[in-house]
Each structure stands twice: as structure tokens, then as C-alpha cells.
Design a binder for this molecule. Structure first.
Ligand code: ADP
Length: 318
């Protein structure tokens, strides 16, 4: 089935994402010692890597510090095949970092991202040509929450995408440490109203839309103007809605080890597969498979599966 939404093809890039990548340091205890293992985080960076591993041609736009962690991200993207030629480096600001620590209440995220290089992105920095050469622009609530200038830049990127017939995809990724709920609601609803594909998670969406059921949330985002909603429901799978049809696409049951990054993997795999086949329901099934596999290991990037692994995993369960 092909979708009338599928953008003109060929374009150089399938999926371009804009946002903030962050170095991760996750606490581990080894032989009585407390160590911090480095890793890569940042929702939109995770999403392009997941999409690339599912066979899409991806690109990323952000700003990084001229520091070792910035270099590290370049190495990661180049290794993965993500086009990062447009990424800016700043002398006067650092790459964002966060630590994951473990206490009595479970794990805690501690961020050092204020005034980071990415948070200083402005409208003038945007790679207009790259946006116009991409089939999909993917952005998130975090891309907009990190600063006022980033919120504006993302709105402008969306406007440039619409003008160039580039499909806009948006994940709510609500972080109430970054902005108050009223502002999060106003900004993400305004962005969703200009998006084609909504990729919210249930917990975020319940808070943002003040609706309880997956059906009501899907209707809300369709009502704002989105053409496809893929609402992720954790181990219950994904509810996919278009203006014509709504369906629950079940998850693949697994013993999840670490579900952080599952939503980012879902987004990347969903967009890659939807661009390939044009059917959002089948794309969600594929993405549920990719996201289930991504919960089987620690960290966001390491356990993200490549296409062959996802296809074999799903085929074994058919
Ligand atoms: P987020 O990380 O944004 O909160 P979810 O928790 O909804 O996202 O998970 C995204 C997707 O990951 C789900 O739609 C599902 O396909 C998959 N997933 C998450 N948790 C599990 C789990 N325990 N078992 C199987 N699949 C899971």
C-alpha cells in the first residue's frame, strides 16, 4: 500500500533530525568501586542512528563544543554513516553531558546542558538546503525545550520543511525539568499542529493533552492536523491512527533490561520503514520489533538493532 503522504523521491537524505546530542556517563559498581561508563545519548541523535541501522539515509544537525565529547559524536555518526557535515562546532560553549546515578529511588538523570553549544542554536544557523533535500525532518519537544532560541529555530525548521514539501515528524519527549508544563503544552501543540507525523509516548501525551485513553489522544493529535499518529504504549505496543483508521499494533513480549531509548529507537525504525513501504501500521509493527530488541541491553545506542536482526526477530514470531 502506498501512502499519499509519502514525499517526492529521490532526495539525498531520507531523515534529517535536529536537536541536542549528549554524552552519557552511567554509574556502575565494580568490585566495590563506583565507575561511570561513557555512552551516547540525546533523543534525536538516537533516532537517526536507529533509522540508519534500519537502512535509511540520515543526517543530523546540531551544534557541539570544540571539545573531546564533540569529537566523540563525530566519530560515532561517521562510524554509523549518519551525514553530519552540517553540524556546527563552537569555541565558546561545551557539548552537553549527563550522569545516570543509582540511589534508593532507582536511577536518576543529572544534566549539565545549560548554555551548551546546542542550546545556543538560532534560526540563522539552520541548514536550509539540507532541510529541503530531506524527505523527513524529525524534531522533538526536547529540541525545543533546551532554550528559547532553539524553540524558535525548530519552528523555523518546520516552516522551511513545509515550504520544501519535507514531511515533519515530531516526538513530544516531555522533560519537565527543562520547561514548565504550560509552556511545554503551548509549544508542543503549536509544533504538532504543523507536523505530519506525531510520535508521542503515552505518559507524555496524557500530561500534555489532558486526555486519558490512547484513542482520545490519537484523536487530539489528528484534530491538530497530524496525518499519522503513532502513540507508543510501552510493553502494550503502539496505537496507530490515520484519518481513516485506528489500530493497536501489539508489542513483541520480551524481558526488558533497560527501556530507556526504546521510544527513540521506535521513532527511527518507524520513519525508516514507513518511508520504505508507505504503510504506517506495518511500519509500527517493524518499529515495535526494533524497539523491543533495544530494551534488551543497557544504554541507548549499543542495543539498537540493524534491519536484518529486526526482520529475523519478527519472522521468528510470525
Ligand atoms: P518511551 O521510551 O518514549 O516512553 P515507550 O516506553 O512507549 O516509549 O516504548 C516505545 C516502544 O518500545 C513501544 O511502543 C514498544 O514497541 C517498545 N517497548 C517498550 N517497552 C517494551 C517492553 N517491555 N517489551 C516490549 N516492547 C517494549
Amino acid at each position: 500500500m502506498s501512502s499519499p503522504l509519502l514525499p517526492p523521491h529521490p532526495r539525498a537524505i531520507d531523515i534529517l533530525a535536529v536537536g541536542e546530542p549528549m554524552m552519557e556517563f552511567a554509574e556502575v559498581s565494580r568490585e566495590g568501586e563506583r565507575l561511570y561508563l561513557p555512552g551516547h545519548g540525546g533523543d534525536t541523535s538516537n533516532t537517526v542512528i536507529a533509522a540508519q541501522r534500519s537502512g535509511a539515509a540520515t543526517a543530523y544537525f546540531t551544534a557541539l563544543g570544540k571539545d573531546a565529547f564533540g569529537d566523540d559524536f563525530f566519530r560515532l555518526w561517521q562510524q554509523e554513516g549518519v551525514d553530519c557535515h552540517a553540524v556546527l562546532r563552537r569555541e565558546d560553549a561545551s557539548t552537553g553531558i549527563y550522569f545516570i546515578t543509582y540511589g534508593a529511588d532507582g536511577h536518576q538523570f543529572n544534566y549539565w546542558r545549560k548554555d551548551s553549544a546546542a542550546s545556543r542554536i538560532t534560526v540563522a544557523d539552520l541548514p536550509a538546503d539540507l532541510i529541503a533535500r530531506s524527505r523527513v525532518l524529525h524534531v522533538s519537544g526536547i529540541s525545543q525545550a533546551i532554550s528559547q532560541t532553539c524553540a524558535d529555530a525548530v519552528f523555523e525548521a518546520i516552516a522551511q520543511a513545509r515550504k520544501a514539501n519535507t514531511i515533519v515528524s515530531y516526538d513530544t519527549n516531555l522533560r519537565l525539568k527543562l520547561w514548565p508544563i504550560e509552556r511545554a503544552r503551548a509549544v508542543t501543540h503549536a509544533a504538532m499542529a504543523k507536523a505530519d507525523i506525531a510520535l508521542p509516548g503515552l505518559d507524555d501525551a496524557q500530561i500534555l493533552t489532558q486526555r486519558d485513553t490512547p484513542e482520545a489522544i490519537c484523536d487530539f493529535y489528528l484534530g491538530l492536523g497530524c496525518r499519522i499518529v503513532a502513540l507508543t504504549l510501552g510493553k502494550n505496543g503502539t496505537m496507530v491512527a490515520t484519518r481513516e483508521e485506528r489500530r493497536l499494533v501489539p508489542a513483541f513480549p520480551v524481558e526488558a533490561v533497560d527501556a530507556s531509548g526504546a521510544g527513540d529507537t521506535f521513532d527511527g525504525a518507524f520513519l525508516a520503514e514507513w518511508l520504505r513501504i508507505g504503510d504506517p501500521f506495518l511500519a509500527a509493527r517493524y518499529a515495535n520489533g526494533a524497539a523491543a530488541l533495544a530494551t534488551l541491553g543497557h544504554g541507548a545506542v549499543a542495543p539498537m538493532p540493524h534491519r536484518v536482526k529486526v526482520e529475523n526477530f519478527i519472522a521468528e514470531r510470525d
